[in-house]
Design a protein around this ligand. Structure first.
Ligand code: ATP
Ligand code: MG
Length: 423
């Protein structure tokens, strides 16, 4: 079985999945195998239940009569099929990467472009070597554009994801201190994320640039085609608005206030609005998209609970997003409690980075500082320093937080959101 032979079958399918529980009639199932698990054991059942085709990576599971096909690597086949599909698509594809804000920016770009076009986009956070091909394969004939989130935690990953998604437009949300371990320090982050620029430049495709980010401006100096925003001489300029902690933007006299908090979200909004304007969408429509987009994904979500304001940012954390979050929260009026969880995956930098976040928190003079996780504990010898979220919950059961404003932010692994109901 090769890709060209298989492609017509793919075109007839409803969707492609790697999850045996989600295979439906008329789907294509890619059975992955790992050290402890082999999804190929579900191949027969999927086929019997009506799957159009199944790809397995062990010869013994092949059964051509049932459209169960063998290929030495399921992953390779998935990626090659995605590349083949991408080659047939005649629609603009927008690729996004960066250390922080990819998902948020992707969602806002989708909201803005959907005002006028039928846009396919990355579902949730499916942004890796499997998620990107799956997203590409979910693009159907009716779609007019696509927005693809690309994540990476080591070099050459974005390069691969660009080969698969072949973006016509690309934007790097920021260069931050995330995944320092895998990238080899901050310089490594810049190099790794810039693989998107390298791809776009070699194809003469459009780069979206935030001129307030000196690295972005420097890396794209004298490059065309480019869509820039942020400075006086950029293509688009927006004014920053803040209403009751919600971030908004002003463009040529029209105001749009989002349901997002955090000044960093202004940048995310600007990137989306610039793309929208570039594609001929009026700012009136962009305003509609910005005002109606509601974050529900624990990324900079503001929740009113009785008399209190909770800022939920428990989806992830690293030094850059933690710093941005603390500065934003410091502007809230009234008493403020921060509950911050460890920032994982920082390797050798861990202790130093937790130390500096704690120092920043002290400088910003929050009324109460609660930390969760071993890294914070090692630098914060306070009674309000817990090893894990379970310990925090025990504390919350016995004690009340008196502040009107509470920020929760930590890495995914700390799962601070579990404590919300006890606050
Ligand atoms: P992941 O690597 O998990 O896919 P992501 O890049 O998709 O993360 P989001 O999930 O959109 O990022 O946002 C995570 C957090 O990053 C936000 O809740 C916020 O604290 C912070 N953040 C969002 N946008 C920016 C930005 N432009 N600059 C810095 N920090 C940001
Ligand atoms: Mg994401």
């Amino acid at each position: 079985m090769n890709i060209e032979q298989f492609y017509p079958l793919f075109l007839k399918s409803d969707k492609v999945t790697i999850d045996s529980r989600k295979v439906g009639k008329n789907d294509i199932f890619f059975a992955f195998s790992g050290d402890n698990f082999n999804a190929a054991i579900f191949a027969e059942k999927a086929a019997d239940d009506g799957a159009l085709a199944v790809i397995v990576e062990q010869k013994e599971f092949e059964n051509k009569d049932k459209n169960i096909f063998y290929f030495p690597s399921t992953l390779e086949f998935l990626q090659q099929l995605a590349i083949h599909h991408r080659n047939q698509l005649k629609i603009p594809v927008i690729g996004l990467t960066g250390s922080n804000g990819k998902t948020t920016t992707k969602e806002i770009i989708h909201a803005v472009l959907s005002e006028q076009f039928n846009v396919q986009y990355t579902y949730g956070n499916l942004n890796n070597h499997i998620g990107v091909p799956l997203t590409i394969l979910s693009i159907k004939a009716e779609h007019e554009m696509a927005v693809i989130e690309m994540g990476a935690n080591h070099q050459k990953e974005i390069e691969l994801l660009c080969t698969i998604s072949q973006p016509d437009f690309g934007y790097i949300t920021n260069f931050g201190k995330a995944h320092l371990e895998g990238f080899g320090g901050f310089e490594g982050v810049i190099k790794g994320k810039s693989e998107l620029y390298d791809y776009l430049k070699s194809h003469h495709h459009t780069i979206v640039v935030n001129d307030n980010d000196s690295v972005q401006t420097e890396k794209t100096k004298n490059y065309t085609p480019k869509i820039s925003f942020g400075k006086e001489n950029s293509d688009y300029q927006f004014g920053l608005l803040s209403e009751d902690h919600f971030v908004g933007m002003e463009y040529q006299g029209t105001k749009a206030v989002s349901k997002l908090t955090g000044a960093y979200n202004f940048t995310n909004l600007c990137a989306a609005a610039s793309l929208g304007l570039h594609f001929g969408i009026s700012f009136e429509k962009i305003k509609h998209a910005v005002e109606n987009y509601t974050p529900t994904n624990m990324r900079s979500q503001v929740v009113k609970k009785e008399e209190r304001t909770l800022v939920l940012d428990t989806y992830n954390a690293n030094p850059s997003s933690m710093t941005a979050s603390l500065h934003n929260f410091a502007t809230f009026e009234g008493r403020k409690t921060i509950i911050i969880g460890d920032m994982l995956e920082l390797g050798e930098e861990s202790e130093k980075e937790h130390q500096s976040i704690l120092k920043l928190a002290l400088e910003l003079a929050f009324d109460q500082i609660i930390t969760v996780g071993k890294y914070f504990k090692s630098v914060n010898p306070s009674a309000l320093s817990f090893d894990n979220t379970a310990e925090l919950i025990e504390y919350l059961k016995q004690n009340t937080i008196h502040s009107e404003n509470i920020l929760l932010k930590g890495s995914r692994g700390i799962a601070l959101e579990k404590s919300i109901e006890f606050i």
